[in-house]
Design a protein around this ligand. Structure first.
Ligand code: PLP
Ligand code: SF4
Length: 462
């Protein structure tokens, strides 16, 4: 048998807030940086691993390095006054209790539950909520297994940050797949199940199989695609190479394919550097060899990837590796948004400049896309109509499928960063979906495909 060196078989090891002193020594962080990290990571989740530290971050370029910004909390992510209070406590060297109490207070002011997602999209079966599921768009059900609620490293911009720091309990995660299977049995309009987290790839293959195999039941023949939303290829490609269950995991992907379904690996890549290591390239090859497809998506984030050349290069590399560019997202309104946010106008410029640089094979990407309450809304362009400068918006995915591919207009606003900041153009008082969304919150409207719950007398917003 071939013997492999330790370097060939890296073992996953996570570093968090309590390893900061050690990390500072390893990577020569200044005393100032260390203090700032201790302060901010009390509020925002922090986790890295040897691969992120050793192969992705360029330590000669911190703090500007994009992967450092992606994974290491920065002073600017908090309000100045909050940061200074935390820093005082760190420098004062008092007990952690006081620091953590202040941290919790700051967390609660940071919109830990964005988007009205909680109330509106919980599916029901046999008069009960299906735990850990979300059914917002007719064809696709999201499933959040409880064992998949962490990640191989944490992104500083993550909109799920609240669950990683324990502000938000895991009401939103599922402990068992049975209720979902029963629900899907009654909903043949659903073609896709998207397993998400956190990152489902933190589960071992046995757990993952327990969550995926039941979906392959012949009675669920209307389920055509299993999607897995994950950043594991970027943060820990060894998951598919040398982790003890790597081969078994790939067998599971093959099993999905053998059932006649697509296994769509929805890979979160934020920067081309994440595609450059030998490990990620080999991992992509192994995943594609199972017959799975890899589709790539990420939000556009200031300090990380707010440059056209970064996206163009990322899409080119993805296509060359056999992966498919899918979505460029606008960052949601949560956590340290002011640190990361880029206006819609600038995001569109970056997207368009990148789009112009690549071949048609990379123009499968859609964006900039906002996952907003009525649906996924693309910022498709800026133009002038009858003397009024407007954003051309397009709903690519709506709560009501009738809304898909519908174009609408908002007054141009150079500062706007989200759909909520926009006003309808041409003197209109509301967007076409506004009355429906209002009625939905009032519990008096649902799209036709979702009306069953109403018919059985269940509350829309239970
Ligand atoms: C993006 C998204 C989906 C999937 O939409 P596609 O356009 O089919 O990729 C499903 N559910 C929710 C809640 C989403 O945000
Ligand atoms: S990998 Fe995804 S879920 Fe995990 S921290 Fe990053 S954005 Fe959040």
């Amino acid at each position: 048998m071939e013997s492999r060196s330790v370097v060939d078989q890296p073992r996953y090891r996570a570093y968090g807030r309590r390893h900061l002193d050690k990390l500072a020594k390893m990577e020569k962080l200044s005393r100032e940086q260390l203090i700032a990290l201790k302060a901010v990571s009390a509020v925002l989740p922090f986790r890295v691993n040897d691969y992120v530290l050793g192969e992705l971050i360029d330590w000669d370029d911190i703090p500007n390095d994009p992967i450092y910004q992606l994974t290491f909390p920065q002073a600017g992510m908090l309000g100045r006054a909050d940061f200074l209070r935390l820093q005082d406590l760190v420098v004062g060297g008092g007990n952690d209790e006081e620091l953590l109490r202040l941290a919790r207070e700051i967390q609660m002011r940071m919109n830990p539950n964005p988007g009205g997602q909680k109330l509106l999209n919980v599916p029901m079966v046999d008069g009960e909520k299906v735990p850990g599921c979300q059914h917002k768009y007719r064809e696709t059900v999201l499933f959040f297994p409880v064992q998949g609620q962490s990640c191989h490293a944490y992104c500083t911009y993550c909109f799920r940050w609240a669950q990683f720091v324990g502000v938000k309990n895991l009401r939103f995660a599922s402990r068992d797949i049975d209720a979902l299977v029963r629900y899907l049995g009654e909903h043949d309009e659903v073609t896709d199940v998207l397993v998400t987290g956190g990152d489902p790839m933190v589960m071992n293959s046995r757990l993952l199989r327990r969550n995926i195999e039941p979906l392959l039941d012949p009675r669920l023949s209307h389920i055509r695609s299993i999607r897995i939303g994950t950043k594991s290829l970027a943060f820990w490609p060894h998951r598919f190479l040398t982790d003890p269950d790597a081969d078994d995991l790939l067998r599971l992907f093959e099993q999905v394919r053998a059932s006649g379904r697509q296994l769509a690996f929805m890979a979160h890549f934020s920067h081309p550097r994440e595609l450059q290591t030998a490990a990620v390239q080999e991992a992509v090859r192994r995943i594609l060899d199972t017959g799975a497809v890899i589709r790539c998506q990420a939000p556009l984030i200031r300090h990380v990837n707010d440059k056209a050349e970064v996206w163009a290069e990322m899409w080119r590399r993805q296509v060359a590796m056999g992966a498919i560019p899918y979505y460029l997202f606008v960052e949601r309104d949560t956590g340290p948004k002011q640190y990361f946010e880029v206006s819609l106008a600038r995001t569109l410029r970056i997207f368009s400049n990148a789009y112009r640089e690549v071949s048609g094979l990379a123009r499968t990407v859609r964006g900039p896309s906002m996952s907003a309450t009525p649906g996924k809304v693309l910022v498709d362009g800026v133009t002038t109509i009858h003397g009024e400068k407007v954003f051309v918006l397009k709903m690519v995915q709506g709560r009501d499928p009738e809304w898909a591919n519908r174009v609408f207009f908002a007054r141009f606003d150079s500062q706007a960063t989200w759909l909520d900041d926009l006003q309808p153009a041409f003197g209109e008082h509301q967007f076409f979906f506004d009355p429906y969304i209002r009625a939905m919150y009032e519990g008096v409207w649902q799209p036709e495909w979702a009306r069953e719950a109403e018919d059985t007398g269940e509350e829309l917003t239970a």
